[in-house]
Design a binder for this molecule. Sequence first.
Ligand SMILES: O=C(O)CCC(=O)C(=O)O
Length: 307
Amino acid sequence: MTLEYLTQQQIDKFHKDGYLVIPSFLDQEDTDALLKRAKLLLDEFNIDSHPRTKFTTGDDNHVGDDYFLTSGDKIRFFLEEGAVDPDGKLNRPKQKAVNKIGHGLHELDPLFRKVTLENDRLKSLARDLKFHHDPVALQSMVITKQQQIGGEVPEHNDSTFLYTNPPSALGIWIALEKCTPTNGALSFLPGSHLTTPITKRFIRLPSGGTGFESLVSPEEEKAVNERSKGEYILETCNPGDMVLIHGSVLHKSERNTSPNTRFAYTFHMIESAPYAEYDNKNWLQPTPDMPFPHILPPSKLVPIGAD
Ligand SMILES: O=C(O)CCC(=O)C(=O)O
């Protein structure tokens, strides 16, 4: 099959490293429009009726309240841990207190929808990469990484959080502002997708809230953790650049200690049934009114066995 957007070199690099930086995936006009729209959403959301849900990422205190669990088909606002005082009052303007906006932007907001579901370049990329036969989109977010306070995102791989059997998550991450060593640019452990199996998955706990379910024995988990040490590569990027992230590659971002925000738009793609199973343990559930949308039209699916 002839390549439509990626080069063979880019595809090979993605498979070798587990991620790929694609410069200028969005042009300046589209990037600016998304940034402006994200800022407008921050201006317009109602903090008075907000339940003060913070985006926490620790193994023991990962966010898991109802506001989070039912956000897959909504546009909701998750706060920075350090932005809410013990009495529930924000210690800064609401626009500076939000860690991320999610998780239904790709369906509900016309501008985010345009770059996600109505984007011929993305469709070509999906067909060139052949990572999925019939990809669907889910979990879209604007990550704001506020200046000074924007929290770190600890080392993780995305298939832990969007688990399918077999694992099939692919992250699409687009810088809306310049990403630098001090404002929390992403960094990656190249090749870790080849050596680090998915050892746990993030689920809705039967007792309520969220937690992790182990997929391997404690000994195996320890061995994998030992094995997955190495030198992280920092990937600075410019507004409009995209990073494709294999669902098994380890990556992270540091706290934003700079005076500049670092807005990014990200969403994920997974393989759809019957090629992979997405079960009801996952934290994010499709709803009858908003099933996960297909990226490719039926006539353009990636043929089985294509490589
Ligand atoms: O934007 C960030 O800082 C982290 C994003 C990330 O790790 C992810 O979306 O999986």
